[in-house]
Design a protein around this ligand. Structure first.
Ligand code: NAD
Ligand code: FE2
Length: 385
């Protein structure tokens, strides 16, 4: 049998539903935890979610050592400081509450605590030998799905680039996916994280690492984001819309964690490393341009994506589908309020060779459906300027 016919699909135990974060103490107890490192960030703490989780843990007598010093695009030094904190407090497990940044930082802390060394030593695919301590994740954004994924993205501050660590060892033990926690997101965060979920789904669907197991989740996520992102932005307090976006993020997560990503993420990581700008915003700037580039390599798959976005394709030629798809993506992000271009974010032509060089090294580039040259990646950045 050809080895390509083997497909692996890894997900953690997941509990999805409003109020599910309150199950944290019962699960932590079942894992035998007595003192956990609680990884969060100041924004999530201000929104009240960190205290909420500490309160739940306290009900079962589980102590929480708070590590809150995490910034967006979490930094290597924050991971190392968190690992010091874990050791100093003699913790026996980790609970992460927040968006992708605290969750990725928590994964980094777990890797370093089990394996020793520096977090950047683990860059790349399958380079984490020992499993992390028990990790429970409570996501508070509907976008990254870091709570279920095999990925952690950490900023290497000296080099100003984002490093991808990809390993089955990074899949958390439990994800308590509670849409209620996303009700405190502001409009811009809702938009950026929602577009991130769309990009995960589209990239996984055209990835060379995809499979029928991931396709199903990718298409469902594309449908959900296209339908519900405009609605959740119009009605931010509507729990059904929040729930639909969290479900979209989770479906997209199952797809990309197992099918991997592509050029949008490779290029967005490079941008985020240099500019320290929001991940979803970087993705949003690039998606339509990368889809236009990838189109010739996967026209049938692009048709399915367009259909899932609600575009009527009757009698459309390939060229017309390509134009309709890229303009629908552009319209969705404009409707979400993500306007302007890379130049408005401070990107200059002089930065592009370096951005392209870093993007070419990113593991997400490996599974892009069309292998680009460095010059082609530079041209995509220029198109997005
Ligand atoms: N590991 C993965 O699989 C994966 C996938 C995609 C992206 N990422 C990474 O995730 C990071 C981005 O994560 P993100 O987009 O979730 O944002 P984030 O975690 O960086 O948070 C952004 C801001 O939103 C605030 N915030 C988060 N949840 C909130 C809530 N419910 N209410 C109010 N404020 C809230 C935070 O305090 C922070 O100030 C990037 O570093 C990106 O590279 C990781
Ligand atoms: Fe992402």
């Amino acid at each position: 049998m050809d080895s390509i016919s083997f497909r692996k699909f890894v997900v953690p135990e997941m509990i999805f539903g409003n109020g599910s974060f309150a199950l944290v103490d019962g699960y932590a107890k079942r894992f035998g935890l007595k003192r956990v490192l609680l990884v969060s960030d100041p924004g999530v703490t201000e929104a009240g979610w960190t205290e909420g989780v500490i309160g739940c843990l306290g009900k079962s007598g589980i102590e929480a050592e708070l590590f809150n010093a995490v910034s967006s695009n979490p930094k290597d030094r924050e991971v190392m400081a968190g690992a010091d904190c874990y050791r100093a407090a003699a913790c026996d497990g980790i609970v992460a509450v927040g968006g992708g940044s605290p969750i990725d930082c928590a994964k980094g802390i777990g890797i370093v605590c089990s394996n020793g060394g520096h977090i950047l030593d683990f860059e790349g695919i399958d380079r984490v030998p020992l499993p992390m301590p028990p990790l429970i994740c409570i996501p508070t954004t509907a976008g990254t799905a870091a709570d279920i994924s095999q990925f952690a993205i950490i900023s290497a501050t000296q080099e100003q680039r984002k490093v991808a660590i990809v390993s089955k060892a990074l899949v958390p033990d439990l994800a308590l996916i509670d849409p209620l926690t996303t009700t405190t997101m502001d409009r811009s965060l809702t938009a950026c994280t929602g577009i991130d979920a769309l990009v995960h789904a589209i990239e996984a669907y055209v990835s060379t690492g995809g499979s029928p197991l991931t396709d199903l989740h990718a298409l469902e996520a594309i449908r959900l984001v296209s339908r519900h992102l405009p609605k959740v932005l119009a009605q931010p307090d509507n729990l059904e819309q929040r729930e639909a976006m969290m479900l979209a993020s989770t479906h997209a997560g199952m797809a990309f964690s197992n099918g991997s990503l592509g050029a949008v993420h490779a290029m967005a990581h490079s941008l985020g490393g240099l500019l320290d700008s929001p991940h979803g915003d970087c993705n949003a700037q690039l998606l339509e341009h990368v889809v236009a580039f990838n189109y010739p390599a996967c026209p049938q798959r692009c048709r399915r994506i367009a259909e899932a976005m609600g575009i009527d394709l009757v009698e459309m030629t390939d060229g017309a589908v390509r134009a309709a798809l890229t303009s629908a993506i552009h319209a969705l992000r404009a409707r979400a309020g993500i306007v302007g271009s890379l130049a408005d974010r401070g990107v200059t032509r002089e930065m592009i060779p370096r951005l392209a060089a870093n993007a070419m090294q990113d593991p997400c580039m490996v599974t892009n459906p069309r292998q680009p040259s460095r010059g082609e990646i530079e041209a995509i950045y220029v198109a997005a300027l």
